[in-house]
Design a protein around this ligand. Structure first.
Ligand SMILES: [Zn+2]
Length: 922
């Protein structure tokens, strides 16, 4: 260290504790802990008025009102209650259904329009109270059922009765079936996935989230099935023909996309917390693997009851594992569904990553039980309210119970990914108009989740965690069993905090993109003047609209990290005058903000000296910003690599994760280029000391993140062709074949991936046999992933062909093409294959994922002609609906092509002059 510790304490006190009158802030407003530091606000009134006007324009949206909520269905008829009886046939995959809907007519009308899709409505009748038969007109394109009335319906309550026949598919949309293997043989089970717009495939309904209604569901299923829905079973009776009728209790008023039905030969692990019955429901023989999720659920239920200040409102909570098929997880109220791989944990064979993923996913879906289910976003244009919140909350809750996992660093890594995307021309604002079913599906993207989550984190940091929590409580209490828009959340937070939350936050949710804050520090008569400027941060987007934000800035002294000082940057410029020139300013302290920072060169040079002593979050922030400046062409790649060199001895997983991710990106650009070998040598030199430190075997008492880092480093060395690592992984794979106990759950994925990547035919067949025999989803996906990584083109062709067979469930089969392109580095082969078999492949893809599918195959190209090819292809061969996603990926390819042209020569030259590295700072 350069500075004497005792001297520092005096200086530090002077900087942080000055009384009013000693420091000044221009164009910035102080708040929070740092308020004392800011003596005087020099109000440039004219400038502030301009900013206020701009923010006012941005903030167009008001509070929730049912009548003005967007949607296709008229608001003059509302469903109040559904009584549905469904009989699925597991041989023909059809369903027979009857349904009574109690509706309320609010304005006189002569027609009733609701949603149906992929079903035949055989009979429709209205009771007013006399029975009148209606002619159903179905429109497949509009996904509606139109019922013309012989005479006008006056306002009042009526009953509608339907008889219908639906069908089930293996795609996870509406009611679907999943095939799987169990110890007693091949099985089929039923499950549902409704969000966003697929409840209409299971029963006729007002399938828009603002139409809340209560549901009574009755199903007829095989007697040996366990049937699960939102509410507990009210009554069950045998029908005598191997079938039984199960009637579930009535739900509270809720959105149709939250209805759930799961039925199969299932078993349950039971527990309870806070007076709520909790079950983890699995296929035969697996319930013990639900133990970890059950414990997590108990803890989280208590935590959320306290955090939200509202008790979980249903009598039971079921966590349901679906084998294969269905991907991810879904927050159906009271009956949450998960792909088995993110719910089941086998201590003998599962990895730490799986354990972490389970906790995070359970935390995410459970937070939706309040934020999403009890209070529901009115329309898909505000989807971020649900998903941004759950993304932020999953981190907060997981961190609360597992502080050694360093989940906020994980959130920082996710944030930097969405910031990369947000800098490009294809980005969009968090709140975005949604007019069609296809646009509703498209809105489930990283802007909605990750940017939404990052903005909430910044706001929580700005308002303080307890004020923020009280605001959330106020919002949920005010809108329980109802719907909301973004403005409703801002209003609750404003009331609780007394701060203009809406004016600050709307700039982040209603404008696309993010700011770049440039920081400069000058010493003027013994005082340090920190000047800040903001402009929009873009990468390869020269004609971007100029935008401004109200940026909550957290400043710290890098020389002596302590609690940061906050203030709000309003308008283009602001400055802070500090009482002395000692501090070395770092912005975005703790990496809680959603903005990039560029430092003026002298300050950047000073900052680098203190890099090793900074908290990991700030080191990571500097690395991420450093690489972002390269992507945006604001700084040479050598700036980034100089930071990497300074962090060579870092031990934190997330630092190395950032470096390895960047090296992978560059390595992808180097495919087929002369500089690749040099880059890979450099990567070996960087990573080998880490492997030497960590070894191949887990150490007693090591942190969970050391276990993660070990896998990450070995995987990267394997990927970069380190011969020793490849040989060791192969030997361990051989050992594993002889005795499964020789590889821990943590080491399995990494050893398999390396063995798969460099496999010859023999090894390939061995892995394939393991894949076919695998019973659990985590295991099966690991083996298939290893097959997809094969570099040998003949093996890659063989893997691609698997996608057309019945060997895998459709979602995993189609994913093979994507992974052969990325992990196997065979984008050309995969793209040719996909074009040749596009019809068969698209037929297997869920509607929800359809627009993303073709783009995801070509996303690893870095040749601009491929971008044009993709756009032209999707237009002619997929659909216009899919164009928006294709354009995003095309832009990503063009961006990489430009980065490759611009940065590779520079990176190659730098790598050539730094074969084994430079200065070491820990
Ligand atoms: Zn979610």
């Amino acid at each position: 260290m350069d500075m004497d510790q005792e001297d520092y304490l005096v200086e530090r006190g002077a900087w942080a504790g000055r009384d009013v009158g000693e420091a000044t802030v221009d164009g910035a407003r102080g708040f929070g802990d740092g308020l004392k530091m800011f003596a005087r606000i020099v109000n440039r009134i004219a400038a502030l008025l301009v900013v206020a006007a701009m923010v006012w324009n941005v903030r167009a949206e008001g509070a929730f009102s049912f009548d003005s909520t967007p949607g296709k269905l008229a608001k003059d008829i509302v469903p109040r209650h559904y009584e549905i009886r469904l009989q699925p046939d597991l041989e023909s995959f059809t369903t027979k259904g009857t349904e009574t809907v109690e509706i309320e007519v609010l304005k006189p009308t002569d027609e009733i329009v609701l949603n149906v899709l992929d079903m035949r409505v055989k009979r429709a009748t209205i009771f007013k109270p006399d029975e009148i038969a209606l002619r159903p007109h179905q429109d497949a394109q509009e996904q509606t059922l139109r019922l013309k009335l012989p005479e006008k319906l006056e306002p009042g309550k009526y009953r509608l009765v339907f008889e219908f026949e639906g069908r089930m598919s293996e795609q996870a949309q509406g009611l679907f079936y999943a095939r799987y293997s169990a110890p007693s043989g091949k099985k089929i089970m039923l499950a549902t996935q409704m969000e966003p717009t697929d409840a209409r495939r299971m029963f006729p309904c007002w399938d828009e989230p603002a139409f809340r209604a209560t549901y009574d569901l009755t199903v007829v299923v095989p007697e040996k099935h366990l049937a699960v829905s939102n509410m507990p079973i009210e009554r069950e009776r045998a029908l005598g023909n191997g079938l039984k009728e199960v009637k579930f209790g009535r739900t509270p008023p809720m959105a149709s996309y939250l209805v759930v039905l799961v039925s199969g030969e299932l078993e349950a692990l039971e527990g309870q917390a806070e007076g709520v019955r909790i079950r983890v429901i699995t296929t035969e023989g697996r319930k013990e693997q639900g133990r970890y999720a059950l414990d997590a659920t108990k803890k989280l239920l208590t935590y959320y009851n306290r955090y939200f200040g509202i008790k979980y409102p249903l009598p039971k909570l079921d966590q349901i594992a679906i084998p294969g098929g269905f991907s991810g997880a879904m927050e159906n109220w009271g009956g949450l569904t998960y792909n088995e791989s993110v719910l089941l944990f086998d201590p003998r064979t599962s990895s730490f990553q799986t354990k972490q993923q389970i906790f995070v996913t359970v935390a995410h879906e459970m937070s939706h039980q309040w934020f999403g289910d009890l209070v529901t976003t009115a329309w898909w244009d505000d989807l971020w309210l649900n998903e941004g919140f759950a993304t932020w909350m999953e981190t907060k809750a997981t961190d609360h119970f597992n502080s050694d996992w360093q989940m906020w660093l994980n959130a920082s890594s996710e944030k930097t990914t969405v910031m990369q995307y947000d800098a490009r021309s294809t980005t969009h604002s968090i709140q975005v108009p949604v007019g069609s079913e296809s646009e509703a599906s498209d809105s489930f993207d990283e802007i909605t989740y990750q940017k939404g989550g990052a903005i909430l984190r910044m706001l929580e940091d700005y308002l303080g965690p307890e004020v923020f929590r009280r605001g959330i409580h106020r919002y949920l209490s005010a809108h329980a069993y109802s719907n909301t828009m973004t403005a409703d959340l801002w209003e609750a937070l404003e009331k609780e905090s007394g701060k203009p939350v809406g004016a600050i936050a709307s700039g982040w949710t209603e404008q696309p993109g993010l700011p770049l804050v440039t920081v400069k520090a000058d010493c003027d008569n013994g005082r340090q003047v920190v000047s800040l400027r903001q402009k929009r941060f873009t990468a390869q987007y020269p004609d971007a609209e100029a935008l401004e934000w109200e940026v909550p800035i957290a400043l710290m002294d890098a020389a002596h990290p302590a609690a940061p000082t906050h203030f709000l940057l309003e308008g283009k410029r602001g400055s802070v005058t500090l009482p002395d020139c000692q501090g070395v300013i770092k912005a975005n302290a703790g990496d809680t903000g959603y903005y990039r920072v560029a430092y003026e060169p002298t300050l950047f040079a000073r900052l680098q000296k203190f890099l090793g002593g900074l908290p990991v979050a700030d080191q990571l922030n500097l690395l991420n910003d450093g690489w972002a400046m390269v992507e945006a062409n604001h700084a040479p790649a050598t700036n980034y690599f100089s930071l990497v060199e300074l962090l060579r001895r870092a031990k934190n997983y997330f630092i190395w994760d950032q470096i390895i991710t960047t090296l992978y990106l560059i390595d992808g650009l180097e495919q087929g280029q002369p500089g690749r070998a040099g880059l890979q040598e450099y990567a070996h030199a960087l990573l080998r000391p880490q492997l030497e430190r960590l070894g191949w075997a887990a150490k007693d008492g090591e942190s969970p993140n050391d276990a993660l880092l070990r896998g990450r480093v070995i995987g990267a060395l394997g990927q970069f062709g380190d011969k020793q690592v490849i040989a060791e992984a192969r030997a361990r794979f051989e050992g594993f074949l002889a005795n499964r106990e020789t590889l821990s759950g943590d080491m399995r994925p990494v050893v398999l991936e390396i063995a798969g990547r460099y496999s010859d035919r023999k090894v390939y067949e061995q892995i394939h046999a393991l894949a076919r025999d695998a019973q659990g989803t985590e295991e099966r996906q690991m083996y298939y992933r290893a097959l997809c990584a094969a570099l040998d083109p003949d093996l890659a062709r063989q893997t691609l062909a698997l996608s057309l067979t019945d060997e895998m469930v459709p979602q995993e089969a189609t994913d093979v093409v994507v992974k052969v392109a990325s992990d196997g580095e065979h984008a050309d082969l995969a793209w040719d294959f996909a074009r040749e078999h596009i019809k068969e492949l698209l037929a297997k893809v869920d509607t929800f994922d359809r627009n993303n599918y073709v783009p995801s195959i070509v996303t690893s190209f870095s040749d601009a002609t491929r971008a044009d090819e993709l756009e032209a292809y999707v237009k002619t061969n997929v659909s216009d609906d899919a164009l928006a996603k294709a354009t995003e990926t095309a832009e990503e390819i063009r961006f990489r092509a430009a980065l490759k042209r611009r940065s590779l020569p520079e990176i190659d030259a730098w790598v050539a002059s730094h074969p084994t590295g430079g200065a070491n700072v820990h």
